[in-house]
Design a protein around this ligand. Structure first.
Ligand SMILES: CC(C)(O)[C@@H](O)C(=O)O
Ligand SMILES: [Mg+2]
Length: 559
């Protein structure tokens, strides 16, 4: 007799003493026969706060129906989100990374409090993906992730638009390089549908990497949110999840070291967001898989950038999907021996088995996905930089830079807001190295993304001549000579706290170096004089996060 599928939920549905529990479940539609079925949580990220999550309710409805058809009892609960693109450049962005932990804690709390037998999570904006994955790996009950889908590109005067077009328009318009008509036209046309930011920014980076990780169905992540195929893939995910519960196939059976290496390889090949480094350190921590920031370099060296995708490339996620998307890239990496084909996926197949029917080479009629003999870059773009400014490491995109090395005078700012004001007041000159500090996980707190200043720099035409380093983060839409996640952060006395205006700083992408050119005796003097600042928040979720959070070089985790 096979094991019952309600391995966990039977703790609250079976036996005399569980009569009150059943009484309450009857109130939400359970009948006698239902108490023997697996209870599956639908972590519903629906929200009208943003386009990324505003299309999720119909997907959650499809998941509920498909779970019932597959013999499970679905129970829906809400999961909060923040919106990076709307909070960007404000104090509210401090809640972005914090929300990854809030989402993880919310899903873990709901699923574990009622001993659910599995969970299907549906998310949209950036932190929804890593937050859900961290919860799944902490709980280790059968789980699958469904991405709400990418937004479709906007269009203005024949130009494909994403939200980053609007961010970059700010600097250009303010510098008098763009007409009011174009500035307003871009704003009004950048986001035409529901779905998450349409380049290979953080949401599409994390969602597509979950296909490589084995925790989302192949081909599902880059579908556009409004398209019927997206809802169909959620229904299929529900069926696959019930089968995984039958097999007792759990997230930590799937998210092994090999799976994480496969995900990082996919991210390198597609030119994904720097945030993936932070999130995969946190995902490995939740999976209890040994994986350190220095492990990323070996993958970067062997995997080329094959996809010509925004922010630094030409195409958007819907182009990528049409060109074969993640499965096509994974099949190419598999054939080249750059990923582990024996890694398991949520379907119970190995990755190689799941890719069996995918063509070995990309279609010749498009150049969204390039063949190996014509990569955009021969090595990956996400590099870990070290030096006396970042002894624990820092993260940068090092491809596509006209000037891969810069040495210049430091312009020091103790917040993103101070730096943004200087950029918009045209106080920044070519050759400057901007230092934005006290924006780290503890110091910000919350490690804000700096898309506003980096876009303003691009918009003002300084993208190739100004460097920027921060203990904060960057958006997936950022490119240029920018280095984030500098660790240790200023708030805990990291070397970035000792920089003074005018100091010489070197950022060298090819040597993967970030160096403060000040002698050790002077640095020792400055360190002796440095005093830790008072925390910016003493109450509420930001204060709790600041007290708990680890270094960015460990994933900025809180447990
Ligand atoms: C607003 C963006 C582009 O979505 C950003 O938040 C990212 O991290 O990619
Ligand atoms: Mg973001």
């Amino acid at each position: 007799m096979s094991e019952p599928l309600n391995r966990r939920s039977r703790l609250i549905t079976q036996g005399i003493e569980r009569s009150p529990n059943r009484a309450m479940l009857r109130a939400v539609g359970f009948t006698d026969a239902d108490f023997d079925k697996p209870i599956v949580g639908v972590a519903n990220g629906h929200s009208t706060m943003n386009p990324c999550n505003a299309g999720i309710q119909p997907l959650a409805d499809r998941a509920v129906a498909a779970l019932r058809e597959a013999g499970a009892m679905p129970q829906t609960f809400g999961v909060p989100t923040v919106t990076d693109g709307i909070s960007m450049g404000t104090e509210g962005m401090k809640y972005s990374l914090v929300s990854r932990e809030v989402i993880a804690d919310s899903i873990e709390t709901a699923v574990s409090s009622q001993c659910m037998d599995g969970v299907l999570a549906i998310g949209g904006c950036d932190k929804n993906m890593p937050g859900a994955m961290i919860a799944m790996l902490r709980m280790n009950v059968p789980a699958i992730f469904c991405y709400a889908g990418t937004i479709k590109p906007g269009c203005w005067k024949g130009q494909a638009l994403t939200i980053v077009s609007s961010f970059e328009a700010v600097g250009a318009f303010q510098a008098g390089k763009m007409s009011k008509e174009d500035f307003e036209g871009i704003e009004k046309n950048a986001c035409p549908t529901t779905g998450a930011c349409g380049g290979m920014y953080t949401a599409n980076t994390m969602s597509s990497s979950f296909e490589a990780l084995g925790m989302s169905l192949l081909g599902s992540s880059q579908m556009a949110c409004p398209d019927p195929e997206k809802a169909d893939s959620v229904a299929e995910s529900a069926r696959v999840l019930v089968e995984a519960i039958r097999r007792d196939l759990k997230p930590r059976d799937i998210v092994t070291r090999k799976a994480i290496e496969n995900a990082i390889a996919l991210i390198m090949a597609t030119g994904g967001s720097t945030n993936a480094v932070l999130h995969y350190l946190a995902i490995a921590h939740a999976a209890q898989v040994p994986f350190a920031i220095d492990d990323i370099e070996a993958i970067r060296r062997r995997v080329p950038v094959l996809c010509d995708l925004k922010p630094s490339g030409k195409y958007v996620a819907t182009d990528f999907h049409r060109a074969g998307g993640v499965p096509q890239v994974l099949k190419m990496l598999l054939k080249a021996g750059l990923i582990h084909g024996d890694a398991l996926t949520i379907t119970g197949q190995t990755l190689a088995e799941a890719l069996a029917n995918v063509p070995d080479t990309p279609r010749a009629d498009q150049d969204v996905i390039r063949p190996f003999d014509r990569p955009l870059y021969s090595q990956g773009h996400l590099a870990i930089l070290k030096g006396n400014l970042a002894p624990e490491g820092a993260v940068a995109k090092i491809t596509g830079l006209k000037n891969p090395a810069i040495t210049g005078p430091a312009r020091v700012f103790n917040s993103e807001d101070e730096c943004m004001a200087a950029i918009m007041a045209d106080k920044i000159k070519p050759g400057d190295v901007l230092v934005i500090r006290y924006e780290g996980p503890k110091g910000g707190p919350g490690m804000r993304e700096m898309l506003a200043p980096t876009s303003a720099i691009i918009g003002k035409g300084l993208g190739e001549s100004v460097g920027l380093i921060t203990d904060g983060r960057f958006s997936g839409g950022t490119w240029g000579m920018v280095v984030g996640h500098v660790a240790p952060e200023a708030f805990v006395g990291g070397p970035i706290a000792l920089v003074e205006d005018g100091d010489s700083i070197t950022i060298d992408a090819h040597r993967q170096l970030i160096q403060l050119n000040v002698d050790d005796a002077e640095l020792a003097r400055r360190r002796a004089a440095w005093k830790p600042p008072a925390p910016r928040y003493t109450r509420g979720v930001l204060a709790k996060f600041a007290r708990l959070v680890s270094s960015a070089s460990k994933g900025a985790v809180t447990d």
